[in-house]
Design a protein around this ligand. Sequence first.
Ligand code: PMP
Length: 372
Amino acid sequence: MINPAKRTRSIELSLIRKMFEVTNPDAINLGIGEPDFDVPQNIKDAMKKSIDENETHYTPNKGYIELREEIVKKFKSDNGINTNPDNVIVTVGASEGLFMCAQTFIDPGDEVILPDPSFLSYEACIKMAEGTIVPVNCTMENEFKLKADDVLEKITPKTKAIMLNSPSNPTGAVMEKEDIKAIADLSMDNDFLIISDEIYEKIIYDKKHYSPARYSDNVITLNGFSKTYAMTGLRIGYLTGNENYIEELLKIHQYNAACVNTTAQRGAYEALTGPQEEVNKMVGEFKRRRDLIVSRLNEMGYETVNAEGAFYVFPKIEDKDFVQKAAKAGVITVPGVAFGSNGENHIRMSYANSYENIEKAMDILEGRVVNG
Ligand code: PMP
């Protein structure tokens, strides 16, 4: 037996994936982290055409120039970020973007401020780069929104970076503009990097998304097509940042992936340039489901924030056996503690499942778990 390196032994496989392996196939899955919608037809057609035209060779490492030009326009119009195609890298999902940022910027012992709770990959990427995690609590009193004052308390001379994720997985929280701006100011005053994961930016209800890169040069902005266009399996995302950083990031991408697959790149181009009705419809439907799940959970006595984005709610549920009981009764959920110690006494429920299934799941929880 050859011992794997310490860096892999320091991390665990995702608890969420493990849960799916043990559950019964008929259960209603509120554990899922991807839209239950299909890729819009115009995007599928563009991908089929691309294959038929034999676009199956390598592309530039940063991605097709036409796609990067569209990404630049998107950053300008949606996010108020001025960039150019040279400073954009198309990545294998936002996942690769995260890994690239960690490998590019974090040296052993560098401190990285991480919202607690937050998406599992952040901790794993930081650990693989041998960074030190500095958690900052996102509390239910603040509707799980990360607050600039709390971040300020965590800054030390060793602070290298902070992870931001608004709207958030697992809480659905959308940060306030003044906190985004204040953290952006802190990044300039204290010379640290903001890694801003904006993958849920479009899945937002009655609220506006703000990108920290509007206010600071020390930002890598990550985004992708998985959530907005239901393209999870196609594995495509992108990032932008100051020109001084791009070449270093590109080294990690070049030796890890070379480039993103051609088919997904053509699909992504169509996603950005084609009609956006499907996105609007999907967001409207998510909102309807959010309203349903929040009101049903609150009625059951589980305090639940009316999350303003993504497709997750994070009710307060102190019953230690809740996840197991719910799974037995036929509803899959994820323990909040999987996302950080501050997630204890909470459960993540995804509403990327049909309205009818969410109703059924709530009936099951009410009948067989709360009162069972
Ligand atoms: N960031 C967050 C917050 C996510 O929830 C996810 C997907 N679960 C990702 C990044 C990864 O997305 P991608 O499919 O683009 O790699």
